[in-house]
Design a protein around this ligand. Structure first.
Ligand SMILES: [Zn+2]
Length: 557
């Protein structure tokens, strides 16, 4: 067994081999854990001895490298956030004239490449790599593409921003390392150039952002006179954005190009994953291919307490580079929320899987204390969650939000929810957190339905009225019924909510951008046509009630 990157077990044009590095990629969970611990113990000593920043982390925990005998021991070391990383770079630049001195563990003459994050949120964070580290990154790219069937002889069009660094040269090198042919056209030359080069080089595969892919599908007929399917692409690899995990986006790309679509992640560092074609069993996401060089942990986004890597577990991802020499990251928290699957995938490929659920709700992890001061933001009165994206649908149930309820209760932050699919759960949350104020938005309807199919949930909503900390916002009514102004069919639903919750826990709203009528009609359908509402209650329902509920201190009070 060898975890060393480089030459695969059977090099050359062995198209029959299913994995790039059979020996490592098929290790059992026990063998991986053993390898990781062994490498971790070496790595922490290496980091401690060579970097003041890493040493500081040990000191904060009152630990020394020799104290790390298990993953539990290691979990005592404080995490490092991207924001902290940026501050360290600045400090390093100021004190030592180089942004790496404090973080880098290798001597300057060993560093052969510097990668950076895209830097969309401020100063980019920098990765420093030795030749050894570059070989690991190359190996990981090879493992990913090999699994999808890419082989030497295949031509891959690299249509990403080449100046983004991690999607640029590191990716080109990784493709070359596995023996496939890269055409690093980049997107800097524009869409037409990408299409022209594709026409001439006849690539089998393209690596691009899903949004650029969709743009190519739209533009190909205009710019080339032919549909994108005629480019002859057999693979579309999504990179650089979250869209690749969205089944609808994947379907659009698959149809638009007539290609198999894969999502993948991992640029210039050690955390690499690629999706497979078993996407139909509720576990979209990717196989983690780099466990021999990257220790993945999950932590509670609120308390940073460790969460076991059990099947279905959700938490903030924290990773540690193993067998890494340049600037090894140690317990690095990128701020992504991950769900892991440890049970074998039906595709038959090895490795645990993960789905990136998005950024930590509410905040960037570097702004971790944000919830503590949420209400101090000007004009900020609460939080609202819609769960409209596919990957968010499970959040209320799978533990993703469990940390939020007690925090919001403690801090007095009201939370509004589009909860039509989990109304009984809202009751349980309200009961467990009696001081947490909850608002069921949009009547608690089943969204995307109309009439009875939308309002089928009204009895469940009414049942929630026994919790004094739940209110209902009767927003967007006209979009959920098929009759026209003044939308008389809404009346029984308004009545049901009013009877159960009363005027102080029933809030009117419009969602005007989606209404099939004017603003004035939205208002008057309620104020002039719901004549059964006592006049004294109207101002409460139309605004005062929610202002009181949110604790909005109005100028006119
Ligand atoms: Zn799979």
């Amino acid at each position: 067994m060898s975890g060393t990157p480089g030459t695969p077990a059977h090099a050359g044009r062995d198209g029959g081999r299913r994995l790039w590095n059979e020996a490592v990629e098929t290790l059992s969970r026990e063998a991986i854990a053993e390898l990781q611990l062994r490498r971790l113990q070496y790595q922490v000593r290496y980091n401690y001895e060579r970097s003041p920043v890493h040493r500081r982390k040990f000191e904060e925990a009152g630990a020394r490298p020799e104290d790390i005998r298990s993953l539990e021991d290691f979990a005592r070391i404080p995490v490092m956030t991207k924001d902290e990383h940026r501050r360290i770079q600045e400090e390093s630049l100021e004190r030592h004239g180089s942004p790496f001195t404090l973080m880098a563990c290798a001597a300057p003459e060993e560093i052969v490449r510097i990668n950076a994050t895209s830097g969309t949120t401020g100063v980019p964070t920098l990765y420093t790599l030795t030749a050894h580290d570059v070989a690991i990154v190359n190996e990981m790219h090879a493992r990913k593409y090999w699994r999808t069937g890419i082989r030497p002889g295949h031509v891959m069009l690299q249509a990403l921003s080449l100046s983004m660094f991690t999607g640029g040269l590191p990716l080109s090198q990784g493709i070359m390392h596995m023996g496939a042919c890269v055409v690093p056209v980049g997107i800097e030359g524009g869409t037409k150039r990408v299409l022209d080069i594709a026409r001439i080089t006849r690539p089998h595969a393209i690596v691009a952002t899903p949004s650029f892919g969709q743009y190519l599908i739209e533009e190909a007929p205009r710019l080339t006179g032919r549909p994108a399917t005629e480019l002859g692409l057999r693979w579309f690899f999504c990179a650089g954005e979250g869209g690749g995990s969205d089944p609808q986006v994947r379907r659009a790309l698959a149809e638009g190009f007539g290609a198999r679509v894969f999502d993948h992640t991992g640029g210039g560092h050690a955390f690499h994953g690629i999706s497979c074609e078993a996407q139909d069993e509720g576990c979209t996401g990717m196989h983690l291919v780099s466990e021999d060089h990257c220790l993945l942990e999950l932590v509670d986004p609120g308390t940073r307490a460790p969460i076991a890597l059990a099947d279905g577990a959700v938490g903030e991802m924290v990773f540690t580079f193993l067998d890494w020499r340049g600037g090894p990251f140690m317990r690095y928290a990128l701020g992504d929320l991950l769900q892991v699957r440890t049970r074998p995938c039906s595709c038959g490929l090895p490795g645990i899987r993960f789905a990136i659920l998005g950024r930590i709700p509410l905040d960037e992890p570097d702004k971790r204390p944000l919830i503590e001061t949420w209400l101090q933001q000007p004009g900020m009165l609460g939080l609202r969650y819609t769960f409209l994206k596919t990957h968010m649908k499970s959040w209320p149930h799978d533990g993703t939000m469990d940390w939020l309820w007690p925090a919001a209760e403690r801090l007095g932050i009201p939370i509004a929810l589009l909860a039509g699919d989990f109304l009984p759960l809202v009751g349980q949350i309200a009961e467990r957190h009696p001081r947490l104020k909850l608002i069921v938005d949009h009547f608690g309807v089943r969204r995307l339905n109309v009439d009875d199919a939308a309002f089928v949930t009204i009895p469940e909503v009414v049942a929630l009225a026994r919790h004094p900390n739940i209110a209902v916002k009767v927003t967007g009514g006209p979009q959920y019924v098929s009759d026209s102004y003044p939308f008389k069919s809404l009346t029984p639903h308004y009545k049901a909510i009013y009877d159960a919750f009363g005027p102080r826990r029933m809030f009117w709203g419009t969602d005007i951008t989606r209404m099939p009528c004017t603003w004035r009609e939205c208002v008057t359908a309620f104020t002039e046509h719901q004549t059964w509402i006592p006049a004294s209650d109207l101002p409460l329902i139309m605004g005062r009630g929610i202002a009181d509920w949110l604790g909005w201190r109005r100028k006119w009070d």
